[in-house]
Design a protein around this ligand. Structure first.
Ligand code: HAM
Length: 403
């Protein structure tokens, strides 16, 4: 019997892995441009980081976490998301003031697998800690928008909402609870239970939400400070030229959010998994984890879904493919490829001496910008631009100038 990867997981293989690599590279470039340092946290954490951070009465924690006891009897969980770990890390490091950090890596959720809903999936994220300024919210939302636009996710829409804070949330939850009690008959079993413990989660229950279109929305209950904060975030987005849609019913699936909540939707995908990313503000999370108050805002994008949505990040896989049809010159090919590589070009060749036609096919498949062809004449090579078809003979020593 051949062994297979576990259910809900994927091997990311060529040629799709070339798209992944470009997406990761672009992520690294965009986050550097916006001033985010790299952070790497463990793939597993104490269960508490998530049960306290994400919320005990939350579907992610109740049903979707991979938890286990290690040989020392510690209760651990494979991380289902990155934010709680980053805040745990900020507190543990004894950090103070602003922290801007970016991460990427696998997350684990025991989901019912389907396209775009995997048990291991890859997130790109940033967290901006230590400030409650609406400018930070706007920057984070803008960064996600610029990145997704740069890698050409089709049909992109940015949804923005505010879900209030500790001051105004209780009044909203009371209103929501009374509404839900009146509509209890149409609720699924989980929602009936969560209606009392965690009523906002009922609004993102896929089964119940469509039946609750006249439920009260958080923006009708915002206190003055939350209202001002939200207005300021929207004003900034307008100034930055980030198009967005107010989404009063957007509450997000994790319990740590306060005030700003947002999502990036790829409208061409199926509604069940068309959120290519999301995030928001979480000013109470650090305290929930037992630390001092540290405001923060962040986002995470789902790389698997970005690929599924048909993103087309720029950049050929190879700069140059070196080919030859002349058996006497096969030996020279690797020497030239090596020189090119040392000068910084992405270069490759066919070691098996196949026909020139087959080598051109390989170059095209690898998306190579240029092909260099070694012929009988030792002093010149032919350089072909693969996108224009333009071709010329150049002195062997000047190849790199021509490239
Ligand atoms: P989230 O909405 O749970 O937020 O996940 C962010 C993105 O990860 C989703 O929009 C989706 O693209 C992707 N994703 C989630 N689950 C799966 C899955 N099972 N398969 C494939 N892709 C998936 C968070 O995780 C928050 N930590 C975001 C955040 C950062 N908020 C503040 N800072």
């Amino acid at each position: 019997m051949t062994l297979r990867a576990p259910k809900g997981t994927d091997d990311i293989l060529p040629p799709i892995s070339a798209t992944w690599r470009r997406l990761l590279r672009a992520w690294s470039a965009w986050t550097e441009r916006y001033g985010y340092d790299l952070i790497i946290t463990p793939l597993f954490e104490a269960v508490e980081v998530f049960s306290r951070g994400v919320g005990e009465f939350n579907e992610l924690v109740e049903k979707q976490m991979y938890t286990f006891n290690d040989k020392g009897g510690r209760a651990l969980a494979l991380r289902p998301e990155g934010t709680a770990s980053v805040v745990r890390s900020y507190l543990q490091a004894g950090a103070a003031g602003v922290w801007k950090v970016a991460y990427e890596g696998p997350m684990f959720r025991y989901e019912r697998p389907q396209a775009g809903r995997r048990r291991q999936f890859h997130q790109l994220g940033v967290e901006y800690l230590g400030t409650d300024s609406p400018l930070a919210d706007a920057e984070v939302i803008e960064l996600g928008y610029r990145y997704l636009t740069d890698v050409k996710v089709p049909g992109l829409v940015v949804l923005v909402n505010s879900i209030g804070d500790r001051a105004c949330r209780p009044a909203y939850l009371d209103a929501l609870r009374s509404y839900l009690r009146e509509h209890e008959a149409v609720l699924c079993e989980d929602s009936r239970r969560r209606m009392e413990t965690n009523p906002m989660r009922v609004l993102d229950c896929k089964v119940c939400a469509p039946k609750l279109h006249d439920a009260p929305v958080p923006t009708d209950y915002l206190c003055d400070e939350c209202e001002r904060h939200f207005t300021s975030v929207k004003e900034q987005l307008d100034r930055l030229g980030v198009p967005y849609r107010p989404a009063p019913r957007l509450v997000r699936g994790l319990d740590y959010y306060t005030r700003t909540a947002f999502e990036y939707v790829a409208t061409d995908l199926d509604a069940a998994q068309n959120a290519v990313g999301g995030g928001g503000r979480y000013d109470g999370l650090a305290e929930t984890l037992g630390g001092k108050p540290v405001p923060g805002v962040g986002l995470a994008l789902g790389l698997d879904r970005i690929v599924l949505a048909g993103a087309e990040p720029d950049g050929p896989e190879l700069d140059v493919f070196v080919a030859t049809a002349t058996t006497e010159r096969v030996r020279d090919v690797l020497t030239i490829v090596s020189q090119l590589r040392q000068e910084g070009w992405r270069a490759d060749f066919d070691p098996d001496g196949r026909s020139l036609k087959s080598q051109f096919k390989q170059a095209a498949r690898r998306n190579s910008r240029m092909v260099v062809i070694l012929g009988d004449d030792l002093d010149t090579v032919t350089v072909r631009n693969m996108s224009t078809g333009e071709q010329r003979d150049v002195p062997t020593g000047e190849v790199t100038q021509w490239l």
